[in-house]
Design a protein around this ligand. Structure first.
Ligand SMILES: Nc1ncnc2c1ncn2[C@@H]1O[C@H](COP(=O)(O)OP(=O)(O)OP(=O)(O)O)[C@@H](O)[C@H]1O
Length: 627
């Protein structure tokens, strides 16, 4: 709540925000107070001062009955703004109903309604308002309804588009599959997710409604005497424009200023809800102290150096830090696996390295260097060609609307300056290199025409379009069957041999990592708790427990499957001391109070534990060490 308040505060401090706040405050204060303070002065008829120009007594002059135009302009604020807001509320309400109905009506009725909305949208708004004003009847009520229903089709169209974009999302499908009814689905899952853009558009729409209302009153089919709004004042002022131009200009200026107030408020709201992230990024995240891992000086030619990497996100109760000081380095051509239970920070570490953490997430590190340069400063071209990223679900990584070959070719067009044709030929070549059969034909297909394994290989092919020095593969085989899984792992190994690329392989599957990598980083609660050569005996009780839960052909099926009791702590609730202590059979008071540091055990083996297990076999013996 406090964060949201501070984001609004920083938005109001921008020039646009400050102007919108001042203008809106002026409009609201006038709308509330002007009729109370100056209602009588605005209505007072003075036959001695008919049709006068501006003077000390009447700043904007007087009208044909000698009424003061300055006070009338101020008093008209309430009706002009109030009716515009009312018309907008009607328009947005009708728009939401018309826009959401197609998703609850039978298909034919929904289509009919959508077609009707599309036809109405094609009509110019003011023309539609005029047409409806005639139908609803001349007068304030008719004008409000006319403008409300005239803007409704545009909002209905917006709602339809936003609804369609949310309806395809996985969480809506999940709710649908779990039997949630259509109306509830709409109310609970769809509408809350389209609320923000709708509010922004409604605020900007209120400015247009104000203008439309003034237009109808000007034409004599809006507000009727004795009531008056700015449109009506403008019409009356126009009759005597050669005698007193201020009489016409004052209501015009009022319409422009109030319209500007609505539009600027819309812009500010958009900046807060849409680009809230930017405001957040600037404010420094109050990060907790970093892990004090003992960082060995990385090899001079290390392709990736990560020291004290931290990733934080703002939450309702303050900042959470899911990655709390991760340090490691990767040598050229080396394959390193990252393992750990779900939520341990593996993916965030990979995303931070690839500069893919989106605001409001904040990444800090003592050192975060790729290929000898700080990642933050690396040019997009360098990262694009020498760092390849393979995601778990390549379906969401490929653009579904573009052919696979063209997407691969884009890398070479962008970064190598190849012509369209040459880049496409290279894409076909790379697809063939990653064993996509009939590569030339497949390159012309869309991602949905590929099988899961083929898409994953195409994704690796995309990484090979440059000359990758590091391939980061985040759970690249989790969604694949065992045979395809092997193909993809072999392909990664071949890429390593052929291109000399280092591999950072993130996986839940410790067996996969053991087969593919020579080193393994074990992560727990946002930290690396052990960094060991694969095959060498693990010393951290967590790594040993993970290894014990691995099922293979030698696992005794008569024995119950091994599990690690308890659950890892949530990022915001990591206890003091060792984060694993609550689940560790060897934990002592020291573990619960002092956080162990990642220190060298032997060679490049590092472990963060007060009681590292040096025995290979049963894990029964343990040593006090590393203290
Ligand atoms: N954008 C975000 N905002 C807030 N918290 C996040 C965000 N992304 C991830 N987290 C949290 O950070 C923690 C680590 O997430 P991460 O995806 O790195 O875990 P992981 O080890 O890769 O897990 P998995 O194996 O399930 O993918 C999780 O608890 C997650 O809830």
């Amino acid at each position: 709540m406090a964060r949201r308040g501070s984001v609004w505060l920083s938005a109001v401090r921008t020039p646009v925000g400050a102007c919108s706040a001042v203008l809106l405050a002026a409009v609201v204060v006038l709308a509330v107070l002007a009729p109370v303070l100056w209602g009588d002065a605005a209505a007072a008829i003075d036959t001695d001062a008919i049709g006068q120009g501006p003077s000390g007594a009447h700043w904007f002059g007087t009208d044909s009955l000698g009424r003061d135009l300055f006070f009338r302009t101020l008093v008209a604020t309430r009706l002009s703004v109030g009716l515009a807001v009312l018309a907008t509320v009607i328009g947005v309400g009708a728009g939401v109903v018309l826009g959401t109905l197609p998703s609850v009506l039978p298909r034919w009725a929904g289509r009919l309604l959508t077609a009707a909305v599309n036809v109405a949208v094609a009509f110019p708004g003011l023309l539609l308002a005029l047409f409806l004003a005639v139908i609803f009847g001349v007068g304030t009520q008719g004008a409000v309804l006319a403008i409300g229903f005239a803007v409704a089709p545009a909002f209905a169209r917006l709602v339809q588009t936003l609804t369609a974009s949310v309806s395809g999302r996985d969480f809506v499908d999940a709710a649908r599959v779990s039997g949630v009814g259509r109306i509830r689905l709409l109310a609970r899952h769809v509408l809350p997710n389209i609320g923000e853009p709708l509010v922004v558009n409604a605020t900007i729409g209120a400015g247009s409604a104000l203008l439309a209302f003034a237009g109808l009153s000007f034409l004599g089919i809006g507000v009727q005497a004795p009531d008056f709004d700015w449109g009506r004042l403008l019409r009356e002022g126009l009759d005597g424009i050669y005698v007193n131009p201020v009489a016409a200009l004052a209501p015009c200026a009022a319409v422009v200023l109030a319209g500007l107030a609505f539009n600027l408020v819309g812009e500010t709201v958009a900046a807060v809800v849409g680009v809230r992230t930017r405001a957040t990024k600037r404010s420094a995240a109050p990060l907790p102290p970093a892990s004090t891992a003992v960082v060995a000086e990385p090899a001079a030619d290390a392709v990736l150096v990560v020291e004290n990497l931290r990733v934080a996100f703002p939450g309702p109760g303050g900042w959470t830090v899911p990655v709390r000081g991760v340090s490691f380095s990767v040598r050229p051509g080396e394959a390193i696996g990252v393992v750990g239970e779900s939520g341990s920070g593996k993916s965030l570490t990979a995303l931070a390295v690839s500069r893919l953490i989106e605001a409001p997430g904040v990444v800090t590190a003592d050192r975060l260097e790729f290929d000898g340069k700080p990642v933050e400063k690396a040019a997009d071209r360098d990262l694009g060609t020498s760092l390849a990223m393979v995601f778990q679900d390549p379906m969401t990584s490929f653009n579904p609307a573009r052919r696979v070959g063209r997407q691969l070719a884009e890398v070479s067009e962008q970064h190598h300056g190849l012509s369209r044709r040459a880049a496409f030929a290279r894409a076909v070549e790379k697809l063939a290199a990653v064993r996509v059969p009939a590569a030339a034909r497949r390159a012309r297909q869309y991602p949905h025409e590929f099988s899961g394994g083929m898409r994953q290989r195409a994704m690796i092919g995309m990484g090979l379009m440059g000359r990758p020095k590091l391939v980061i593969a985040d759970e690249p085989t989790t969604a694949l069957d065992v045979t395809v899984q092997r193909q993809v792992l072999r392909l990664l190994a071949r890429t390593r041999e052929a291109e000399g690329a280092a591999i950072l392989l993130i996986s839940h599957d410790i067996a996969v990592v053991s087969q593919t990598c020579e080193r393994m980083l074990v992560m727990y609660a946002g930290r690396v708790v052990e960094d060991l050569p694969t095959g060498s005996p693990a010393q951290h009780p967590y790594t040993r427990a993970l290894l014990a839960t691995t099922v293979d052909l030698d696992t005794d099926r008569d024995e119950p499957l091994a599990v690690i009791p308890g659950r890892p702590p949530e990022p915001g609730q990591v206890p003091g001391g060792c984060a694993f202590a609550a689940r560790c059979p060897l934990a002592t008071d020291r573990c619960r109070s002092e956080d162990p540091v990642l220190v060298p055990a032997a060679g490049r083996h590092r472990v963060a534990c007060w009681h590292p297990q040096v025995s290979v076999l049963s894990g029964q013996s343990h040593e006090e060490g590393a203290a």
